[in-house]
Design a protein around this ligand. Structure first.
Ligand code: PGA
Length: 252
């Protein structure tokens, strides 16, 4: 892995305060591997309690609104995330794209709002099963990047991209290592085309059914600098095994 590994848990709509003990256990595991960056994106309600309970972990949002404040019932802004100690936010997750009809333009605005608020951004992209089957996977992902990557100046060091094929999320199915390498290499080329040399430093995470058993192989694929983990991040035992797999690769 050429870049510093980054392992992020996306808790989705899982977790009440009872889960803070799991987060503490993840924090203890992360402390054993100082060369791996570890983050958790819990539901909004757990952000502040988690920042307080596990200050050594990077805690982040799963989404943010593009505006700083306003009449947007039910939404949370990037500056509100920053206010409670979040360090990053995910934007453009396929569950948001699909269930909340988010489009590339809106996702780009969210990413730029997050940068303005001082947060790091994890931008998710990925094709559906039908798009993969019809040979359009790469074109779809490139179009998502072109449309949703933030373009404000000077903050590219606060960007990561997560490649998450929709058909691999929560299904137990994963692409082959060579398909992951091909897609990640294409994403890298696009990042360099857009950001110049800064694009070489953007970490590209793989997401979709990463678990303790497959992490070692997936993290070894070309241009993979970490993982965005859903289900397996809800248990400290499996998430710690994924962090440890990233560390093992570093040790070569
Ligand atoms: P999964 O989810 O690891 O449960 O497949 C990943 C994600 O949606 O970020």
């Amino acid at each position: 892995m050429a870049l510093r590994p980054y392992i992020v848990g996306n808790w989705k709509m899982h977790g009440t305060r009872a889960m803070l003990s799991e987060a503490r256990a993840i924090g203890r595991a992360a402390a054993r591997y100082p060369d791996v960056d570890v983050g958790i994106a819990p539901p909004f309600t757990l952000l502040h309690p988690m920042v307080e309970a596990v200050p050594e972990l990077a805690v982040g949002g799963q989404d943010c609104h593009a505006s700083a404040s306003g009449a947007f019932t039910g939404n949370v802004s990037a500056s509100m995330l920053a206010d409670v100690g979040a360090r990053f936010t995910i934007v453009g997750h396929s569950e948001r794209r699909e269930l909340h009809r988010e489009d590339n333009d809106g996702i780009r605005s969210k990413a730029e709002a997050a940068w303005t608020a001082g947060l790091s951004v994890i931008l998710c992209v990925g094709e559906s099963a039908a798009e993969r089957d019809s040979g359009q996977a790469e074109a779809v992902v490139m179009a998502q990047l072109d449309g949703s990557l933030p373009r404000s100046d000077g903050a590219v060091t606060r960007l990561a991209v997560a490649y998450e094929p929709v058909w691999a999320i929560g299904t137990g199915r994963v692409p082959t290592v060579s398909d992951i390498s091909a897609m990640h290499s294409a994403i890298r080329a696009r990042l360099v085309a857009i950001y110049g040399d800064d694009g070489k430093g953007v970490r590209i995470l793989y997401g979709g059914s990463v678990n303790a058993g497959n992490a070692g192989a997936l993290l070894r694929a070309d241009e993979v600098s970490g993982a965005l983990v859903g289900g397996a991040s809800l248990s400290a035992e499996s998430f710690a095994a994924i962090i440890s797999a990233a560390n093992t690769i570093l040790e070569g």
